[in-house]
Design a protein around this ligand. Structure first.
Ligand code: URA
Length: 222
């Protein structure tokens, strides 16, 4: 584990999926560099689905009672408020299907950020958000959280568009300790739901052990 003291030092706003044998098995397949691409897509989608389902736990609910076919009452809940997805292009688009499977006809915005070659700073290239994004809970989608540079820029775009940190739930497949630290230091009220926190970053900014370039494998552009 990293010198940052994870996982004990994690803020309560960082939620890591339970490391069950099922999840470990799914990660063993997608991290294996010999797997066929079709397996990567299928099993990455299964992990993404688990992350989306977990993320939905952090939306507010109100009590709701219904009557069952047994003419008995069931005291349940219903979701309050509206949601939307925002994917950080391009890898974040791989998580859109999992979100749609859980939330039919969900609105999905997009943000494209790229690093300036000279300054190394992340630059916003494109954004298209639901007009009423400020009134919605935002499920921000990006499978790999490395340094956090792109995610921080994307979160700043959401805040500039009227969203509050508390409204944003960042859904992520694999995070680095540095990425988690950078985001939580800047946005302590934002929630991060991730399936794994890996050890470190290499000199190119790839997550170790990681799995390589998620977008390239998922979309077949290796
Ligand atoms: N993006 C990826 O796809 N992989 C990494 O390891 C880091 C960022």
């Amino acid at each position: 584990m990293s010198g940052l003291g994870f996982p004990s030092a994690l803020s309560e706003n960082v939620i890591v999926l339970p490391q069950t044998n099922q999840l470990k098995g799914l990660f063993t397949i997608i991290r294996d560099c010999t797997k066929p691409r079709s397996e990567f897509i299928f099993y990455a989608n299964r992990i993404i689905r688990l992350i989306v389902e977990e993320g939905l736990n952090y939306l507010p609910v109100s009590p709701k009672t219904v009557t069952t076919a047994q003419n008995a009452s069931f005291d349940g809940v219903e979701f309050d408020g509206r949601i939307c997805g925002v994917s950080i292009m391009r890898a974040g688009e791989s998580m859109e299907q999992g979100l749609r499977e859980c939330c039919r006809s969900v609105r999905i915005g997009k943000i494209l950020i790229q690093r300036n070659e000279e300054t190394q700073q992340p630059v916003l290239f494109y954004k298209k958000l639901p007009k009423d994004v400020a009134t919605r809970y935002v499920l921000l989608l990006d499978p790999m959280l490395a340094t956090g540079g792109s995610a921080i820029k994307a979160i700043e775009v959401l805040l500039d568009n009227g969203c509050k940190q508390e409204q944003i739930i960042f859904l992520n497949v694999i995070a680095s300790p540095a990425g988690i630290k950078n985001i939580t230091a800047k946005f302590p009220k934002l929630r991060i739901v991730t399936a794994a926190i890996d050890d470190s970053l290499d000199e190119r900014g790839y997550i170790i052990p990681g799995l390589g370039d998620f977008g390239d494998i998922y979309f077949g552009t290796e």
